[in-house]
Design a protein around this ligand. Structure first.
Ligand code: 1HE
Length: 260
């Protein structure tokens, strides 16, 4: 793959890529170079990688849009072009070929929360907090948050967070669905890697169906959704690997579904 910008760093452990936002001196604020780097990485993940972890260096996950870049955006066309570039990048994450587990800590605000909302599994450390300070900055969401964050917590909560500028704690975020897990500070990355390894061990067809079809089915009219569900199931079950996995279970060679 093309080289990453300096604001992103990559390690690959077996089938799991760990991509780290690496601009802690600016609290991982998302400049266009970083957004383009995210788009390029998730459009073409390294060969053999089956799942990714999105982590962040320093005390904060992401301070959102790099506000210093906004000073050069003076026209509606420049602004819409900027937003659409974010949309393309986050689309590559949400509808890419590999499931992504994010690890959130400290500030997860504005565009940082939009970025996290485009990942498939979200782990929060206790220090994580969430906010949408767009109202205070004279901005609006532009990285897909109106759709994705609203889907997670409801448009009414997105509205309230943007209007008041208040923040939610990691406990509140867990209860509302902003994260799926909440762990002690410093424990997020290990859990995320463990989850990514587990995800990577699923059949590739099932993972593809889960991240590509499920959100589209859920957003469809029920009758179309049900049809799409049947077609997706036939795609996943048609994999040669499925028969081997079913045989392994029936011959008592596969794991059982037990309480973690
Ligand atoms: C930044 C940014 C940024 C920090 N753009 N440079 N986002 C916000 O409104 C959040 C703005 N940031 C903050 O509220 C705070 O920086 C934090 C709570 C995240 C962290 O505080 P702290 O005390 O640890 O760091 P700091 O001293 O405020 O910032 C360190 C440096 O990062 C400093 O630069 P320096 O050159 O003076 O060292 C800050 O200016 C810089 N920095 N955040 C640019 N966001 C697609 S639309 C999405 C719309 C949005 O995302 S709106 C939300 C914008």
């Amino acid at each position: 793959m093309d080289s990453l910008p300096g604001s992103l760093s990559l390690t690959v452990e077996d089938e799991v890529a760990i991509l780290t936002l690496s601009r802690p001196e600016k609290r991982n604020a998302l400049n266009m170079e970083t957004v383009a780097g995210l788009a390029a990485f998730f459009a073409a993940p390294p060969e053999g990688v089956k799942a990714a972890v999105l982590d962040a260096a320093g005390p904060h996950f992401c301070a959102g849009l790099d506000l210093s870049e906004m000073t050069s955006i003076h026209t509606p066309m420049a602004s819409v072009t900027h937003s659409r570039a974010w949309h393309r990048a986050f689309h590559e994450i949400e509808f890419g070929m590999i499931p992504v587990v994010s690890v959130m800590h400290g500030a997860v605000v504005g565009g940082g929360l939009e970025l996290a909302a485009s990942t498939h599994v979200r782990v929060a450390e206790a220090s994580a907090y969430y906010g949408l300070p767009e109202g205070q900055r004279g901005l609006f969401l532009g990285g897909g948050g109106s759709v994705r964050i609203s889907r997670l917590i409801g448009a009414h909560r997105v509205m309230e967070l943007m209007l008041t500028g208040r923040t939610l704690s990691s406990e509140e975020g867990l209860a509302l669905g902003l994260s799926h897990y909440r762990v002690a500070d410093g424990e997020g990355r290990a859990l995320a890697v463990d989850l990514a390894r587990r995800i990577a061990s699923n059949s590739a067809e099932s993972n593809f169906a889960i991240i590509q079809s499920l959100p589209r089915i859920a957003a469809s009219a029920p009758e179309s959704g049900l049809m799409m569900e049947s077609l997706t199931a036939s795609f996943a079950e048609g994999s040669p690997e499925t028969q081997a996995r079913l045989a392994a279970f029936l011959e008592k060679r596969a794991g059982k579904v037990t309480r973690d």
